[in-house]
Design a protein around this ligand. Structure first.
Ligand code: ADP
Length: 382
């Protein structure tokens, strides 16, 4: 019978892996994060490194992975490099506590010159919300498809490590991406849209135990170690709220801007404002607000009911001095298509909802490109 590996035995093995200085080992140097050992013998941890020399540290990462994989009982080891380094990189460390105040104080966190883009991806935007359940992921998926329908090469990254929903929304649940080569994954495709999500890579319950540094490195790998191909725009579906992951995104990639999804009642409340303020603090331009579930369209009579007084979104956006990008109704077709993995923009190209998403995508693209129109529209259907 195979012994269950313990963290101690793994740490013992890692003591033989030299650190970046080639002298002290990675454990002594304090680079090893918390080690997660799953029941099936899979081991996950990250190594905190100075981002400036990270590109040269692949051999160290691989050596750590090999050392852990050789420990008796370990079925596989997955090691990532993370930019966080307690004590050495105060900016990353302070951001990792998720507090807005520390983000504001983080030195150099938003130096545009220090940010590295994703190869061949021209523009990256975030879709965010102050809290969950407002339809952020539904909006992100339909927006990415709307950019594609408008003739752009679009991709979708599900950055919600703790609650990835893109596999379900795009009808890809249970499928796994293939490897392009040793270090690169191919994205999954839904309706011709390249998409990557933690939901493709781990069991649904696994991400819950991940800690800050691992979340960061998982995000970075999903951005950089995936063969996205040439993209005009990547839509990033953020986790709800204003914590680590949003800050990491802002810190790791040059976000061209952020879109906030909100319901009418939240707009008037604090949640949407928190989202706005977080992006302001990290100097990510706010592209605007989308009001979701804005009014009710009756599937029987087609009548429209303004459950929350109409126009509130626009008024609030004006008050907050943020562009209002448009509203999407609360509609059974949107709910059914999104929950069944057939997003409305991909499957109902002539629906008024598809038009609404495409108009919003157009407005976003215009503001990103200073008024330029994307190339001739095409309708994407599978
Ligand atoms: P979030 O990402 O903010 O948690 P989701 O996109 O998962 O929210 O949406 C939450 C629920 O609301 C889902 O069941 C989704 O189908 C539904 N939903 C989202 N937007 C709409 C809409 N405009 N009309 C009807 N249902 C919607």
């Amino acid at each position: 019978m195979t012994a269950t590996p313990t963290k101690e035995t793994i740490i013992g093995a890692l003591r033989h892996v030299p650190g970046p200085d080639g002298q002290s080992d990675i454990v002594t140097l304090g680079l090893v994060s918390e080690i997660i050992v799953k029941d099936d013998g899979k081991v996950y941890f990250s190594l905190a490194v100075n981002p400036e020399i990270a590109s040269g540290l692949e051999p160290m990462r691989k050596a750590a992975e090999d050392a852990a994989a050789k420990v008796e009982g370990v079925s596989s080891a997955s090691v990532t490099l993370t930019a966080e380094q307690t004590g050495m990189n105060s900016s990353a460390a302070s951001q990792n506590n998720g507090s807005g105040a520390s983000a504001a104080a983080a030195p150099g966190a938003q130096e545009p010159s220090g940010l590295r883009g994703i190869a061949k991806v021209k523009t990256i935007i975030a879709v965010a919300s102050g809290k969950g359940g407002v339809g952020k992921s539904t909006t992100a998926a339909n927006l990415a498809l709307a950019f594609a329908a408008n003739g752009l090469r679009a991709g979708l990254l599900d950055a919600d490590i703790y609650g990835p929903s893109m596999p379900r929304l795009l009808g890809l649940s249970g499928q796994q991406p293939e490897q392009a080569d040793e270090n690169t994954l191919l994205p999954m495709y839904a309706y011709n849209l390249p998409v990557m999500s933690m939901g493709f890579l781990v069991d649904e319950d696994t991400p819950m135990i991940w800690r800050g540094p691992m979340v960061q490195s998982a995000l970075v790998q999903m951005m950089r170690d995936v063969a996205w191909g040439e993209l005009d725009i990547m839509v990033v579906d953020m986790p709800p709220g204003t914590g680590d992951a949003q800050l990491t995104m802002a810190q790791q990639v040059p976000l061209a801007g952020a879109v906030i999804v909100s319901t009418p009642q939240d707009l008037a409340l604090i949640d949407a404002r928190k989202g706005l303020n977080m992006f302001k603090r990290v100097n990510v331009p706010l592209l605007g607000i989308i009001e979701n579930m804005s009014y009710f369209l009756c599937p029987h009579c087609g009548g429209r009911t303004d459950i929350f007084s109409h126009g509130g979104g626009k008024v609030e956006a004006d008050k907050l001095n943020v562009p209002f990008l448009g509203d999407i109704p609360l509609d059974i077709q949107i709910r059914e298509t999104s929950d069944s993995g057939h997003p409305v923009v991909a499957t109902e190209p002539l629906s008024p909802h598809t038009k609404a998403y495409r108009d919003i995508a157009n407005a976003i693209w215009k503001s990103l490109s200073g008024g330029a129109q994307p190339s001739s529209p095409k309708i994407v259907m599978d």
